[in-house]
Design a protein around this ligand. Sequence first.
Ligand SMILES: N[C@@H](CCC(=O)N[C@@H](CS)C(=O)NCC(=O)O)C(=O)O
Length: 424
Amino acid sequence: MDACCPDPLPSWADLRHWAGGAEGEALQHQRIHGPTNAQATLRLFGEPEAQVRVTLYRDHHAWCPYCQKIWLWLEERQIPYRIRKVTMFCYGTKEPWYTQRVPSGMLPALELDGRLITESDRIVAALEQAFGPLGPWPLDQPQVLQLRQLERLLFRAWCQWLCTPGLDAAAEQRCRQQFQRYAVAMESALEASGGPFLLGAEPASVDLVFVPYLERMNASLAYYKGFLLRHEHPTIDRWFAALEQRPTYRGTQSDFHTHVHDLPPQMGGCYACPSAEQHELAARIDAGLWPVALPDPETSQAASDGAAAAAVARVVRHAPALVTRMASATGSDPVALDAALRSALMALMAEAPSVPPVGTAAGLRYLRDRISVPRDMDLHAARLLRAALEATAGRDPGTPTAQGPALTQQHRRDQDPAPFVGRV
Ligand SMILES: N[C@@H](CCC(=O)N[C@@H](CS)C(=O)NCC(=O)O)C(=O)O
């Protein structure tokens, strides 16, 4: 038994073996040809590399909503493409090679046969022209104009509700009603098409226009307003559930925890409307306790059998950089943190509690708060990992309630990808 730890611990090599999964070339092959994933830098869908006509420039965090729209489009249409990842301003330093190409630094951008295109709607239009539409109507047709306008109205109503400071109770109510008016309009459009998608049984480009912000609305309104979009609007829930059956969407889908803490710096602040429901939901999202409500408002999908192993494999891959960050952020002993992290992974694999070295709870919770979905792993793997980190932190024999440093509201440079790049 390790002198500092009450439980006998697996080594990192044991954990790597335990997680199994593809390594080296097999892993690369899976990322290139397998299901949609955030780690790939090339997607071929079984085609030869010589077929690639497209390069997508998107953010390292797989968080940018406009990038998600293009990413999903390429995945749905199975167009071979390369991915070059760029840092968003609020996470770190923008790569000079990118600003030389796109001086504003804005994402997404796309190269099609060597032609650089910016602005996500123009990118979709160019892709539709080159490869044909996704669904019955291209995005620039009058038939979908009203739906695109509705998405913007919903977006504005959401921003007004979420991002206006100091709303009194009456103003909160007005904002909520305005938002729900447009949510009902979206439900009417879904019903008119026969659903589950906006233009019928299969997703179309216009669905992909709605996806990124609907996902962010669902997460942020639960956390800041105690409002469960999918419970309040069952037809929108059905639309989400139909999306969640698609591996394309699941590969790009983020989770509540990631969104609610990434949104404030992007939106210039998100403001809570305190109530018992809001406190309860926010506390559960922060602690990684899921489902945060019943029925689960975050996903309709159960975890796959491989979710725990996937989480372990991702931590094992980055363990030295993670331990260094946990130690420098919390001032804790890196050797103890290394053991604590292995302890949490053991808890995850064995589905049994594990006792970490004394004084490591803050470091474990530091990591719990910084798992980024889908950048690091998928929603279910992240859920299992957050829960294991939280449960293990709670068994710290000395400081079981210690928290890591609070997440910042103005930027997320704690999520700077630099130490991890090149080892994805
Ligand atoms: N209208 C643009 C909006 C793109 C946009 O706002 N991109 C943001 C990310 S969501 C961006 O790149 N901001 C610069 C940065 O954060 O580095 C589009 O549809 O492509």
